[in-house]
Write a protein that binds this ligand. Sequence first.
Ligand SMILES: *Cc1c(COP(=O)(O)O)cnc(C)c1O
Length: 389
Amino acid sequence: MTTNRKTLMIPGPIECETNVLQAMGAPPKSHTAPDFIKSFGNCLNMMKKVWMCPSGQPFLVAGTGTLAMEMAAANLIEEDDHALVISTGYFGKRYAEILERHGAKITILEAPVGDVVKTEDIEEELQHRDYKLMTFTHVDTSTAVMVDAASMGALGRKHNVLTVLDGVCSVAGEEIRQEEWGIDVVLTASQKAIGIPPGLALLVASPKAMETWKSRKTRVRSYYADWNNWLPIMDAYTAGKPAYFGTPAVNLVTALETGLNNILQEGLQERFERHKKTGLAFREAIRALGLSMIPKNETVAANTLSAPYLPEDVSLPDFMKAMGEAEVIIAGGLLPEIKGRYIRIGHMGSVAHTDLMNAIRGIARSLNQCGHKTDEDRGVLAIEETMKE
Ligand SMILES: *Cc1c(COP(=O)(O)O)cnc(C)c1O
């Protein structure tokens, strides 16, 4: 960006590519115009590619990530079904509330802050009760903890439990192979690693998830989220025909078409590798400044964002005030237990080397301004070193 605008490095919304912004700024099209129908159909096709789920059913609906979470719950849960929630932070607990609202009987397995729930513990719980569905948060945006999604898919298959992956902070940033890994629903929102402004709820459901929904005995409790209303729309747009249930967010849809195209042009594997490298470089830089991370080790650390603790002698409000002079915007804590003690920096999507540099310089200078001595150059060097490897 050449303007004096600050770079947005919070964990969503994130910076958008120029062609995405151009699509957002165009005059709205009719949702039944032939070129719009084509764009919508292209989005659905590209979603299956980005999710790596060729046999999946994509849903693209106006709403936020929370709607995508609720859509999976509303359509797959019936009264008194048992649901297991694997929680690694704030968004796991949110999923438990959503499932409960739709009539599920919830068991929640919560990881200690900065860690994941042990596979043995999940397995034991799955043997203990006949669960219909299990949710887990791929990257919990409140802790920057990443769960091993492949092993969760495998567990679900082994125990014949539907798996729902909250990928709001990971889809198109962290590696997900939905079909190969046997995950039944992978959901996200437009404003995180996909790199579109907020406003779209996106999910892909496996054939098994669609079967489960089709064989429901009771009506879906949410009108807006009901796949009965949306499946005919997705089918129509896929077949190149217009359809109406709720007016599509037309500009967001064409922006998504552009964004998904950008992602596929870069190449999924390349994109995952780039995020890994960026994440590692940033963590190394944070450690070089002497801060410690919430994720307890590298195996559970996400690459789409970092969540370091502030030093004990620095208060969050003072730190954030000092950050006001930096060239980037970052976020404070989110997890209630430790909210005032840490910060979050998003580095997903089109984040560039210079953005990482600006972020680490801003953090180092703000620490110094708060009276905590750090050496900015160490952070900068750590980024340089890691990025060139
Ligand atoms: C942001 C986020 C959500 C919620 O998405 P909204 O678009 O804010 O509703 C859910 N889960 C995770 C992991 C997130 O990062």
